[in-house]
Design a protein around this ligand. Sequence first.
Ligand SMILES: Cc1cc2nc3c(=O)[nH]c(=O)nc-3n(C[C@H](O)[C@H](O)[C@H](O)COP(=O)(O)OP(=O)(O)OC[C@H]3O[C@@H](n4cnc5c(N)ncnc54)[C@H](O)[C@@H]3O)c2cc1C
Length: 301
Amino acid sequence: MKPAPFQYHRPTTIEETTTLLETHRHDAELMAGNQSLGIIMANRLATPNHIIDINDLEEIEYIDVTESSVEIGSLVRHRTIENSAELKATLPLFPQAAEQIAGPSVRNRGTLGGSIGEADPAGNYPTVLTALDGDLHVTSVDGSRTVPATEYFIAYMFTDLGEDELITGVSIGRDPFPADRTGMAFLEQKAAAQTWPTISAATAIRVDNPKASEPVVEEARVALANAADIPLRVTEAEASIQGEPLTDESLSAAAGAAIDAAQPEGEMHADAEYKRELAGEYTRRSLETSYERATTTQTDQ
Ligand SMILES: Cc1cc2nc3c(=O)[nH]c(=O)nc-3n(C[C@H](O)[C@H](O)[C@H](O)COP(=O)(O)OP(=O)(O)OC[C@H]3O[C@@H](n4cnc5c(N)ncnc54)[C@H](O)[C@@H]3O)c2cc1C
């Protein structure tokens, strides 16, 4: 099938874009990488009369790393995030998540903002942003606002984003994640290559002293993709490993907490019970990897 006819707009500034969104607010879709929108429109699951192509908005295509934060513009492609040396050195969860999205063609075009706009609970970046307590920056003709990731995802593919709002970027505070004593891991289970994950776990661990004989977990982060109708932060799993060196017992407690928290929908390759088991297993593996990385070299996460 082909998409229904639409009027095509190609703004070059944020202001022009938000004005178009305001004018056509009930009948417009933003187009970024067009990797998801194109499929939805081709199947006529969406039939907007106006397409606002944002690929000329250079203002929202940036990666800025400062001492205190990491800022990523919404038009940054998965491929750029995957290959960013700055992100690998500061918040390696982002490149790890990016490199596991679909295949090269999707990664070459797909964008951070498109993934957050789509808000699929199986999405890689939504899970990473939830784990790292990221903030989303959105703007409209009425002004700009910041939304914590933990408040943005409301229900299945339903978010706090208004119809007239553009996501301009995200920011993540670096203070909780000093590179010399933090490890991060994004692990996922897929039924087949280049598809969406059945379950993913995004985790981070900061230890007190990587050189100690038994480094203590000072802070842990755990978020799961596709384990509920929104990206799922599992604070009980975090609490069960904090304040002591990582052990088999504490890992089992974290895995158990993930199983208890998960409320997945069954799907073709995995029923709900199997996905809950996967949530536990991938929480365990991801935390173990994060701890190994926090306590060894930081150069190759
Ligand atoms: C075969 C396949 C496998 C995939 N596997 C994965 C996977 O494993 N993990 C994963 O995370 N993703 C996966 N994806 C999705 C992929 O990451 C998409 O690129 C992404 O979800 C959409 O990004 P896009 O830039 O193409 O957005 P588009 O398709 O252009 O837009 C998607 C939606 O987001 C909105 N939008 C776009 N930009 C903005 C913005 N700046 N502000 C507000 N709203 C905006 C659009 O209006 C639209 O509703 C897969 C896609 C395919 C086709």
